[in-house]
Design a protein around this ligand. Structure first.
Ligand SMILES: [Zn+2]
Length: 224
């Protein structure tokens, strides 16, 4: 942490909540929040893993309260398990939390047996797995669950540390894999929630890989 962390953390939460307002009122089709610190490791009572506030979880709660949404989905493709988001919604069937993550790896949670009220879906990836396995697992498990859930709003915990060049993990995704998952999630959002997507930056620690991956993600969200 630094002397600027508090301000940055409040702005990060504020950005995602502002994106909820813009997307829910039709002022934006979708949104990407280029924020740090990330959020998905922060539990309701515990800062953890670079995360001070759980930006996406707070935005989901905000959306539920202010726009009376009954079904919100959060898809988390950061290479680490979002223990904080899972903890925030563990027994809340109106929020679907689906995560793909390297396992075993930090923070040690995210087993497929952690299912909450049936609303938690954990899909482990083994070190060294490539986009082929990533796409197969999304196609077989997470995307069908998302379609069955029929979310009214889709939030993305968009971490790019599953990139092959990332120094913190050992999954071998490339930019095209991030384009693919973005397109698949957009397709689902188009079917069920008028294309409403709010994506928030989580991890990503090779700055060149992060920049290239975020650019692909944002261009895809923009329909480019
Ligand atoms: Zn991460």
């Amino acid at each position: 942490m630094s002397s600027g962390s508090e301000k940055a953390a409040f702005r990060a939460v504020g950005a995602v909540c502002d994106a909820v307002d813009k997307v829910m009122t039709g002022r934006a089709d979708n949104a990407f929040c280029a924020i740090r610190p990330p959020g998905h490791h922060a539990e309701p009572g515990l800062a953890m893993g670079f995360c001070l506030f759980n930006n996406v979880a707070i935005a989901a709660s905000y959306a539920r309260r202010h726009y009376h949404l009954e079904r919100i989905a959060i898809v988390d493709f950061d290479v680490h398990h979002g223990n904080g988001t899972q903890a925030a919604f563990y027994n809340q069937p109106n929020v679907l939390y689906a995560s793909s993550h390297q396992m075993p790896h930090y923070p040690g949670t995210g087993y497929p047996t952690e299912t909450g009220a049936g609303n938690i879906i954990n899909v482990p990836l083994a070190a060294g797995e490539t986009g082929i396995a990533f796409r197969q697992k999304y196609s077989a498990i997470i995307l069908p669950a998302l379609r069955k859930f029929k979310p009214e709003l889709l939030l993305i915990s968009a971490g790019f540390d599953a990139h092959k060049d990332d120094p913190l993990a050992s999954i071998m995704l490339v930019e095209e894999d991030f384009r693919w998952i973005t397109q698949e999630l957009m397709c689902c959002a188009e079917s069920y929630c008028e294309s409403r997507i709010i994506s928030a930056l989580e991890g990503g620690y090779n700055l060149d890989a992060l920049a290239a991956s975020v650019a692909v993600h944002v261009k895809t969200l923009m329909g480019l």
